[in-house]
Design a binder for this molecule. Structure first.
Ligand code: ADP
Ligand code: MG
Length: 700
């Protein structure tokens, strides 16, 4: 058993000591033998490949060359001296260069003796050099070469100057010596054999000192599988436990409210996807367990009616329901939309936001506690302590990423049982990410738009085409349409951004003058009341153009608006662009999204513009986004940054993730409580993980 040994503080490893130990802790978070063991290489250098000087080109970043030093000289420069060796291998000449440590080098270097030089190649005017090369006598090199592939470990500037990569390799070797490579396996032998997985021991040895490329890739596979497998096990077990343990209020009956509305008052036939999702929700809330469901649906896919029907299920069973939205505008829109649906049912529905008047608030508080109020819609104002429901049965949270869990659970502190929770998001989460982060949530997807929608046409224009774009706006307005023009507003450059916005607004007001045109403006520095007035004017069709910052990003619904112009589009992320585009295409008319950018675009920006022009599919867009930005930025650090992935990459290793999930599902089907003797090491590892991880409590 090597558990105790692996817990040994890192400074005790021969070759480390207190000073290096401190560095390893500070720079790489390595505190114990175990931490070092799981410091996986970033990449490997192929030490069997030798370049000849005449085949070098600017792209060989790291090269290994056999040759001789024929000449050594010191060169004076403005900024100090350098030592230059002329190095030749018979096919050409190059330079080895040092900026320090001259004395030692001069005394030890052998002229006209075969060396292996290794390092990063610099090229300048067709001549090549390696600064501070690793030099080894060819003779020694041949003796020492134990592994063809030499691991390159993550490092930092501070660490690198004290512990070179070569030294890191030595430490790793020492670690394997001291531990006698007695590493517990975390997967049952039977499973390893069935799936042809390396043992943990072989995987760890080969990840650090690969015997050959084949074993290396097997080692990588095993370790990646391991990481995904245990994440999936945790999520799946949590999901099972929730279904068993967390009791919810079963909504036993589908009663008058739901049935009457469904049979007599649906404003439109539901899409197949909407029907399916409602069925899923109905099934969930009918159980003894609490529902914890994520509803994904692209902008305009019709989540609101699903939310409303879910509320009716709560009311039918004598419970209250609430809908929480991230912004006042969005909450208001929900309120208007839901009230419209509800009109024939004569329900008590109220809106609570930061700008609700004291008198209104008091009424709301009273009616909530008495149970008179049936559906409460609002912003985070709902999370205030004074807001106490009599019996909240369903909480619907719109736009998942903006609220934390603690905040949410404030809603039901007074409840005996937690209400059912439906989280709605219009930011499609890539399936891969959903699987690893939300594996314990049930997910419903509305993947079908209401009929009759014409796909939005998206175009990308450079600034030089502005006149043409303005002309296009005029023709659309002449047809009776309305136009959004959105400016970026980013915290770090807020002052400048406001300046651009105001200048833009002035320019637009000049180019689209009264009385023929009228222009609205909405931005974050206006009071909620001012915003509302402007939004209202635009929504009623009293103004033709709405100039705005991203405050209109979420939820605003003006079906007559058919053109969305996004200024400085290169400054927006993909999901934001997609959200903004979703503000149009809500009516029967052909809609357009025009991305205006400067001439110089980074590669990422180009991909973003191309993606937007190519597709309207939010899932496809989110996959591209995931690839461009990585999971951290998409989900927010808090959620994905804590994913315990050291070697697996959630984007690149999707196949392994799916495979690992499948295996985890299979295993839990056969042995749900991990009682089988062969599964004890899995159980043990899970116990260790559960005592450490907290992220899995994050979502529900
Ligand atoms: P989102 O999912 O973005 O919240 P909404 O619920 O606001 O979408 O719906 C967008 C628009 O589509 C609304 O005007 C809504 O009334 C309409 N809508 C929703 N479902 C249907 C449907 N099945 N048939 C026709 N129109 C629908
Ligand atoms: Mg919506």
């Amino acid at each position: 058993m090597s558990r105790n040994l692996l817990d040994t503080p890192i400074e005790y490893l021969k070759g480390v000591g207190p000073q290096r130990g401190d560095l390893l802790k500070k720079e790489l978070g390595i505190f114990t033998y175990r931490d070092l063991l799981h410091l996986y290489p970033n990449r490997y250098i192929d030490r069997t490949k030798y370049y000849s000087i005449n085949e070098l080109n600017g792209n060989n970043s790291e090269v290994q060359i056999i040759g001789k030093i024929i000449h050594l000289k010191t060169v004076e420069q403005k900024r100090g001296k350098r030592l230059v060796a002329t190095f030749t291998d018979g096919t050409g000449e190059m330079e080895l260069v040092w900026f320090q440590g001259f004395k030692w080098i001069k005394e030890n270097l052998k002229i006209n003796t075969p060396y292996v030089a290794f390092g990063k190649l610099n090229s300048f005017n067709y001549s090549f050099s390696i600064p501070h090369p690793e030099l080894e006598l060819l003779e020694d090199h041949q003796k020492n070469l134990s592994s063809a592939m030499q691991a390159v470990y993550p490092s930092t500037e501070k660490l690198g100057s004290k512990i070179s990569n070569k030294a890191m390799n030595k430490l790793m070797n020492q670690l394997l010596v001291e531990t006698h490579q007695l590493f517990n396996d975390t997967l049952p032998k039977e499973m390893r054999q069935r799936l042809s997985l390396l043992s943990m021991r072989d995987a760890l040895i080969n990840i650090h000192f690969p015997k050959d490329p084949n074993l290396l890739s097997k080692a990588e596979f095993r370790l990646k599988f391991e990481e995904f497998f245990y994440i999936q096990m945790q999520l799946l077990i949590k999901n099972i436990a929730r279904k068993h343990k967390i009791k919810g209020f079963p909504f036993k009956t589908v009663g008058d409210y739901f049935n009457t509305f469904y049979k007599e008052h649906l404003p439109f036939p539901l899409t197949g996807a909407q029907k399916r999702v409602i069925k899923e929700i109905r099934n969930d809330v009918g159980q003894e367990a609490q529902m914890n469901r994520l509803l994904q649906g692209d902008v305009g896919s019709g989540k609101t009616i699903v939310a409303f029907l879910s509320c009716l299920l709560a009311l039918d069973n004598g419970f209250q329901a609430c809908i929480v939205a991230p912004t006042e505008i969005l909450a208001t829109q929900h309120f208007i939309g839901i009230s419209e649906f509800a009109q024939p049912l004569n329900l008590n529905i109220k809106l609570l936001t930061g700008s609700s008047k004291t008198v209104e608030r008091r009424i709301i508080h009273e009616e909530l506690e008495s149970g008179e109020l049936q559906i409460l819609i609002g912003t985070h104002a709902l999370f205030e302590d004074k807001v106490i429901f009599k019996n909240l049965g369903l909480a619907i949270i719109d736009e998942q990423h903006r609220f934390g869990v603690e905040q949410r659970s404030k809603l039901w502190t007074k409840n005996v049982l937690p209400p059912h929770v439906l989280v709605m998001t219009a930011t499609p989460i890539p399936r891969t990410l959903a699987m690893s982060l939300y594996g314990d949530l049930d997910v419903s997807v509305i993947d079908e738009l209401p009929p009759g929608r014409k796909p939005i046409e998206t175009l990308h224009y450079f600034e030089g085409k502005r006149l043409a774009v303005w002309h296009f706006i005029r023709t659309e307005i002449a047809k009776g349409r309305q136009v959004y023009i959105v400016y970026p507003l980013i915290e770090e450059s807020e002052t400048l951004d406001y300046k651009n916005l105001m200048e833009g607004y002035e320019g637009i007001s000049r180019d689209f003058p009264l009385p023929e045109y009228s222009v609205s403006i909405v931005h974050g520095q206006m009071t909620p009341a001012e915003k509302e007035v402007e939004m209202d004017r635009f929504a009623k069709g009293n103004t033709n153009i709405m100039v705005a910052t991203t405050v209109i990003e979420v939820g605003v619904n003006v079906p007559n608006a058919s053109v969305m112009i996004i200024e400085s589009a290169e400054r927006f992320g993909l999901s934001q662009l997609h959200q903004l585009r979703g503000r149009v295409g809500r009516g029967a008319e052909q809609s357009y999204c025009i991305l205006m950018t400067g001439d110089k675009l980074s590669n990422d920006s180009k991909i973003r513009m191309e993606t937007m022009c190519r597709t309207n599919d939010g899932f496809e867009i989110s996959e591209v986004d995931l690839k461009l930005r990585g999971p951290g930025d998409i989900m927010g650090k808090q959620q994905s940054g804590t994913l315990p992935l050291k070697i697996a990459d959630i984007v690149k290793d999707q196949d392994i993730l799916h495979y690992a999930r499948h295996q985890a599902v299979q295993l839990l089907k056969e042995d749900p409580n991990l009682e089988d003797e062969t599964n004890q090491n899995i159980k043990n590892k899970l116990n260790v993980l559960n005592s450490k991880t907290t992220i899995w409590n994050y979502i529900s």
